[in-house]
Ligand binder design. Structure first.
Ligand code: TYD
Length: 223
């Protein structure tokens, strides 16, 4: 199976443009690893833009409050998918594309694969329909490298619950998170050139070292 959405509109290889995304279920440690990778890339002399979804822009932050809030607001599954992609469209147009055009490296904590995993597998929306919405929101922009932090659902949720009151997604059933987890594995298996998977139960420094090896290899830094 090929990519589910869009085609790569940035030249890989010839130009050193790098858009890296982190994906994973709750409590997989993405945010920590994204920060460590960004710092390491900076130490290697690259300018790095760190961002995340939903969010990353003033509009995205407003949408994030709406999407993650556990208040009274009723959000239908299709509305949820569109709001995630509204945040994404704004982020791509105003932050990610301009950064890549400056040859900065972009490290994004979650991107379109989160929609396929959560709204597709989790909520049960059609993957093809979602792929069309994503292609529209991103205007075809896809990451060169997607790093999947794989952690058993129960372990991740326990980590999260130890930290703080959960958001609207963390409050979902174990079965929901199990569908998300298995969708990530399928997405990664379908596009092995783009995805790298890491056992995120391992110590943070060990995962960070493995991630750096994968990114450095992709950038040719080890060559
Ligand atoms: P966040 O607090 O950033 O969670 P995490 O630390 O696990 O990344 O909350 C983001 C939540 O939004 C997360 O539960 C996944 C969900 N989400 C979707 O359902 N669809 C999407 O397209 C995106 C980007 C996120």
């Amino acid at each position: 199976m090929g990519p589910l959405w869009g085609k790569n509109v940035l030249t890989v290889g010839a130009v050193d443009r790098l858009f890296i995304t982190f994906e994973g279920t709750e409590g997989s440690g993405k945010s920590v690893q994204a920060r460590l990778l960004a710092n390491r890339l900076r130490a290697a002399g690259r300018v790095v833009v760190e961002t995340r979804e939903p969010g990353g822009t003033p509009l995205g932050l407003e949408l994030r409050q709406i999407l993650l809030g556990r208040g009274q607001l009723d959000i239908s599954t299709r509305a949820e998918a569109l709001l995630m992609n509204a945040s994404r469209a704004q982020l791509v147009e105003t932050v990610i594309r301009p950064a890549l055009e400056r040859d900065d490296v972009v490290v994004c904590d979650r991107f379109a694969d989160s929609t396929l995993a959560y709204q597709g597998a989790g909520r049960g929306l059609g993957m093809d329909e979602l792929a069309s919405v994503i292609a529209f929101a991103t205007a075809g922009l896809r990451p060169q490298l997607t790093l999947l932090l794989d952690v058993p659902v129960e372990v991740g949720l326990a980590r999260k619950h130890a930290q703080a009151q959960g958001n609207r997604f963390e409050a979902e059933t174990l079965a929901f998170h199990a569908r998300v987890h298995s969708a990530y594995r399928s997405l990664a298996a379908a596009e092995p050139d783009r995805w790298r998977c890491f056992d995120a139960v391992s110590p943070v420094e060990q995962v960070a070292a493995q991630i750096w090896d994968a990114v450095a290899a992709r950038m040719g830094l080890l060559a």
